[in-house]
Design a protein around this ligand. Structure first.
Ligand SMILES: Nc1nc2c(c(=O)[nH]1)N=C([C@H](O)[C@@H](O)CO)CN2
Length: 119
């Protein structure tokens, strides 16, 4: 699959972190997503229902973090990837979760995973 649909810098609020104080607050995460998708049917029909709707995916990601309060970014990334692949029939994706405030001396820290079959 050579096509993809992209979401960059999506801001979400989440309860996430390994320390007790982090369980008491909501922190901002930023989400970057590259999702494998054949864009030709959408282009041929000019119909959003043929597309992987990035607005719908963005809403889904924001809702996901209302029901998921993991300790680790790794856990959040793994569960979100599986959730998106099932909910939107995405065959493969690359997902980066950034936690901008976590290490004050760093611009941001995060994790990146790639799941599914990109062929
Ligand atoms: N690889 C990871 N390292 C750390 C994580 C994480 O989710 N993945 N989390 C923390 C703390 O929650 C930190 O963000 C608090 O500032 C530390 N290391």
């Amino acid at each position: 699959m050579t096509d993809s649909v992209l979401i960059e810098g999506l801001v979400v609020e989440a309860v996430i972190g390994v320390y007790d104080w982090e369980r008491e607050i909501r922190q901002q995460l930023r989400v970057d997503l590259e999702m494998a998708w054949d864009n030709r049917p959408a282009a041929a029909s000019d119909e959003v229902r043929q597309a992987l709707d990035y607005a719908a995916v963005s809403e889904h990601v924001q809702s996901f973090f209302e029901g998921c309060q993991p300790a680790l970014l790794e856990t959040a990334a793994e569960k979100l990837a599986a959730d998106l692949m099932e909910a939107f029939a995405v065959p493969a994706l690359r997902l980066t979760l950034w936690k901008p405030g976590a290490v004050p001396a760093a611009h941001q820290v995060g994790v990146r995973i790639q799941r599914g079959d990109w062929r």
